[in-house]
Design a protein around this ligand. Structure first.
Ligand code: DGY
Length: 323
């Protein structure tokens, strides 16, 4: 029997590309270039499966008048706000993602950003590398303590919960949670977390806010000028979710005018472009979307995507079907 023809839209970890080749007739992307929408449309019309990721344009328009050969679009990544899920469903295409395998890794990076922003680690490193450090003194690079402070988590799925564990068990932080649906009291109890009703209730009470909600239209600019204004002037905002969740222009104003004290960002509204104002903010820590970037996790994500298409071609419903 012929192997299904599958396209990997980006370069994947070598061990996963090898595993893919044993199971499928694979086309690789040796240039590792993101796909445009028209390239994505041709791919969906020419392969049995397309294994895409966050940098590919699979937004509105991709599925309009498409004559797909592919019946499955397996996303390498947990977030899928870059995919027109309804359009895919209407075109008869199953979409899957790769949850679970990146929970700890992403929460680790959120905690890294929180610590870096609190302790001004980016500023300090820049000072040392620029040869501008003049030595220890009591008033040099004074940041803010983390231990015992209050962390507000917006979106309490698996990554948000992993963040709560780090904050509670590692740093004795009090955890407040805002989530659309009621969180199981047993899950809250694990970290002594308390759920509050609204984002407006959460923001004024917290020293740190960490975003772990999905992106997409529903959460676009969830954190805007009005809500930044509700945060404490000493507070720090951390975003490892999706860039569109924060109004970047409003955040630049808030960082420049002392509305909040700092930010740690791993995701941006127009990646890989960064709002020029953010680059001017010493109180912002900026990382290039690397929440899931450990060897173990990137292999885990690839294997999970392969498992999803294998299940699909075996006639089963993939574990991680999202539409
Ligand atoms: C994810 O898994 O959603 C990462 O952000 C990469 O897309």
């Amino acid at each position: 029997m012929e192997k299904p023809r599958v396209l990997l839209t980006r370069k994947w970890p070598e061990s996963v590309e090898k595993a893919a080749a044993e199971l499928f007739d694979v086309t690789y992307n040796p240039d590792d270039r993101p796909m445009t929408q028209s390239e994505m449309r041709s791919a969906l019309e020419s392969y049995d499966a397309v294994l895409a990721t966050v940098t590919d344009d699979v937004k509105e328009g991709t599925f309009t008048n498409l004559k797909p050969m592919a019946r499955i679009l397996a996303n390498y990544g947990v977030g899928f706000s870059h995919i027109d899920i309804e359009g895919a469903r209407a075109a008869g295409i199953t979409v899957t993602n790769t949850p679970d395998v990146l929970n700890d890794c992403t929460a680790d990076l959120a905690m890294t950003l929180l610590m870096m922003a609190a302790r001004r680690a980016g500023e300090g490193e820049r000072e040392v590398r620029a040869g501008k450090w003049t030595g220890w003194r009591p008033t040099h690079m004074v940041g803010t303590s983390v231990t015992g402070k209050t962390l507000g988590i917006i979106g309490f799925g698996r990554i948000g919960q992993a963040m709560a564990r780090r904050a509670h068990f590692g740093f004795g932080m009090k955890v407040l949670v805002q989530s659309r649906s009621p969180v199981d009291p047993a899950v809250l109890g694990e970290t002594g977390a308390v759920q509050v009703a609204t984002v407006e209730d959460l923001l004024p009470q917290c020293d740190f806010i960490s975003l772990h909600c999905p992106g997409g239209a529903v959460n676009k600019h969830l954190i805007d000028a009005r809500r930044l204004d509700l945060m404490k002037p000493t507070a720090i905002l951390v975003n490892t979710a999706r860039g569109e969740v924060v109004d970047e222009a409003a955040l630049v104003d808030a960082l420049k005018n002392g509305v909040i004290a700092g930010a740690g960002l791993d995701v941006f509204e127009a990646e890989p472009s960064i709002h020029p104002g953010l680059l001017e903010c010493e109180n912002a820590v900026l990382l290039p979307h690397m929440g899931s970037s450990t060897r173990e996790t990137r292999v885990g994500m690839g294997m999970r995507a392969l498992k999803n298409i294998q299940q699909f071609f075996d006639g089963a419903e993939p574990d991680d079907k999202v539409n």
